[in-house]
Design a binder for this molecule. Structure first.
Ligand code: ADP
Ligand code: ADP
Ligand code: ZN
Length: 213
């Protein structure tokens, strides 16, 4: 199964991606996670990407395509993959199409998680992430059993540096300007599924499963 998760920052892509990847045994490929790992390890890519990420701007398409191209050809993608946070521009979507055609692969679905804009800021500013395993929590909507500690691995929870209100507002505007054209792009390819992202985490998941099977 080859899936894309589309939606604004805070829509719940990462949360659902973890569950979908587990159910279908496919790798969860998040370009944001790849950039953050590079920033932590202080790689050349990380240093380049950081200044865009800190301002809530998109990392240039060329850099993004390099990492996706490398990631998609790894062995664990034979059964498929789940792309989270990619593509984010028309250029990225077209470059992905070309890669898929060249490797004789087809997308099964593009799942758009729909959430009203006013809820996104609350979701993102309350987001907390496990330092060890990457699991995502929310201080009100998806609390860990013990505050600031991961239920799954006892890791410490942290807040992403770009999850502050100013940067979030910019990220939402960037999404509206640069990523919403993909809705039409994938509608025209007859692969778009729209999911109500304001339901409970489990209900969103069940609806996604129903749509993609
Ligand atoms: P979100 O939680 O907002 O969906 P991500 O973790 O997907 O955020 O992305 C964090 C940041 O990483 C983005 O604001 C952007 O700067 C950069 N980024 C991630 N994926 C892409 C991409 N496909 N194209 C350009 N920039 C990206
Ligand atoms: P994205 O990857 O799209 O930026 P996340 O999956 O990280 O979004 O979710 C953003 C925040 O909203 C997290 O704190 C998460 O726990 C919370 N969240 C995700 N899905 C839901 C939901 N259905 N209802 C309430 N809160 C949610
Ligand atoms: Zn953890």
């Amino acid at each position: 199964m080859r899936l894309i998760l589309l939606g604004p920052p805070g829509a719940g892509k990462g949360t659902q991606a973890g569950k979908i990847a587990k159910k279908y045994n496919i790798p969860h490929i998040s370009t944001g996670d790849i950039f953050r790992a590079n920033i932590v390890n202080n790689t050349e890519l990380g240093i380049l990407a950081k200044k865009y990420i800190d301002n809530g701007e998109l990392v240039p398409d060329g850099l993004v395509m390099d990492i996706v191209r490398d990631r998609i050809i790894q062995d664990d993608t034979k059964n498929g993959f789940l792309l989270d946070g990619f593509p984010r521009t028309l250029e990225q979507a077209m470059a992905l199409d070309e890669m898929l055609i060249n490797s004789n692969m087809k997308l099964d679905a593009v799942v758009k998680i729909k959430v009203n804009l006013d809820l996104l800021v609350t979701r993102i500013t309350g987001r907390r992430i496990c330092k060890e395993c990457g699991a995502t929590y929310h201080v009100d909507f998806n609390k860990p059993k013990k505050s600031d500690v991961c239920d799954l691995c006892n890791g410490e929870l942290y807040q992403r540096s770009d999850d502050n209100e100013d940067v979030v507002r910019n990220r939402i505007n960037v999404y509206i300007e640069q990523t919403t054209p993909l809705v039409e792009y994938y509608t025209n390819r007859d692969v778009l599924k729209i999911i109500d992202g304001e339901q409970s985490i489990d209900d969103v998941f069940n609806q996604i499963v129903k749509e993609v099977e």
